[in-house]
Design a protein around this ligand. Structure first.
Ligand SMILES: *Cc1c(COP(=O)(O)O)cnc(C)c1O
Length: 352
């Protein structure tokens, strides 16, 4: 069988949840949108169900999948519904929808609720993507409050630049949020991973942990408090020695400068490995670091082996414990979120 493996260490997921909850304080949503950032939402939810104060997803379908799998924890729909009819699912499956625009609010108020619904009312504190402007927020809050089928209203907002510690925008968003919430009672939620780690003032009633929950630092580099959940590995299925001045791969973008041992590994861009990374992207051969040479192909790629390195049949880590996914993301000019969400064709194995 093709040896591309995604190892998902659920014990690390639990460790990260507990660590982040301690750092944030109060309650913490485990963000499981996009199939738990590519890790497998149902498996991750089951692994956290006894710990998690709640889960968060992007779509009603993602929430229904968790409910159908037996998950009873609260589930927040971070973007709310995409049409008014989805409130029927929200009601039936006891979901907590975000409300971030006027039509979502009006459709929610108009819906014939069978049971009270908790709502996450989103403020646009400066990201300018979704949410009520600060000057409209109290009116939206009051409109919901007056509706008899509404339970708790959680006031929330999202930061644009929390992963840039020097960026003043986070402080401005905090200020805008607090000003617009003056006099509005109830719980609040502001912090994503970066903010809960780095912005104490953003720790409110609920944190929302995504990237850090999967063990990855939102600031690039490594955070020793977190443990990577995913480990993506493959094997060397052929090796050879190339003479100096030999081109490798599509486009002949890399030439050997000396006699070079080359390992051929089963992973390519069709598996989600970023083609943009190519030459110099780090890998680890049986725990010893090396690099990709030449372009990443669709189904395979080539890695440099020194004379002492393990070869044919041995394991290559694409990211995980020796290779930080942040390094690969940087080599590819992207972010670790995108790499994790893109993994496909790998065999997923779950470790408790
Ligand atoms: C995805 C998402 C999060 C989680 O963000 P991370 O940076 O992965 O921690 C938090 N809040 C909202 C609204 C989101 O959409």
């Amino acid at each position: 069988m093709r040896p591309l493996n995604a190892q998902i260490r659920l014990n690390n997921l639990r460790h990260n949840y507990q660590t982040l909850k301690k750092i944030h304080g109060n309650k913490l949503l485990a963000v499981l949108k996009a199939d738990a950032y590519g890790h497998g939402a149902v498996r991750c939810a089951h692994a956290l169900t006894d710990l998690a104060d709640g889960f968060a997803v992007a779509t009603a379908a993602e929430a229904v999948e968790l409910r159908e799998a037996g998950i009873e924890n609260p589930i927040v729909l971070l973007e709310g519904v995409f049409d008014a009819g989805e409130y029927t699912l929200v009601d039936q499956y006891r979901l907590w929808p975000a409300v971030g625009s006027q039509w979502q609010l009006e459709a929610l108020v108009a819906h014939d609720w069978q049971q009270p619904v908790d709502v996450w009312l989103k403020m646009d504190s400066g990201m300018h993507r979704a949410g009520f402007f600060p000057h409209n927020y109290a009116a939206a809050f009051t409109a919901l409050k007056q509706c008899k089928n509404i339970g708790n209203i959680v006031k929330f907002s999202h930061f644009a630049c929390a992963d840039e510690p020097e960026n003043g925008m986070t402080g401005m968003q905090l200020e805008a949020f607090d000003l617009a919430c003056e006099g509005l009672a109830g719980e609040e939620s502001l912090a994503n991973s970066a903010a809960m780690l780095n912005v104490p003032a953003a720790r409110r009633d609920w944190g929302r942990a995504g990237l850090a929950l999967y063990g990855i630092s939102p600031f690039g580099g490594l955070d020793e408090r977190l443990r990577p959940v995913m480990r993506l590995t493959t094997r060397i299925f052929a090796e050879r020695v190339l003479q100096p001045h030999s081109p490798i791969g599509y486009g002949a973008t890399f030439y050997t400068s000396k006699s070079t041992r080359v390992g051929l590994i089963a992973c390519g861009y069709a598996d989600g490995y970023p083609r943009r990374a190519s030459t110099n992207s780090p890998v680890a051969v049986e725990g010893k670091r090396s690099r990709v040479i030449g372009r990443v192909s669709m189904d395979m790629m080539t890695v440099e082996l020194d004379a002492a390195q393990e070869g044919l049949g041995h394991e290559v880590e694409l990211w995980g414990d020796t290779v930080n996914i942040n390094e690969v993301a940087e080599a590819a000019g992207t972010i670790p979120y995108e790499l994790m969400c893109n993994v496909k064709r790998a065999k997923f194995t779950y470790y408790e």
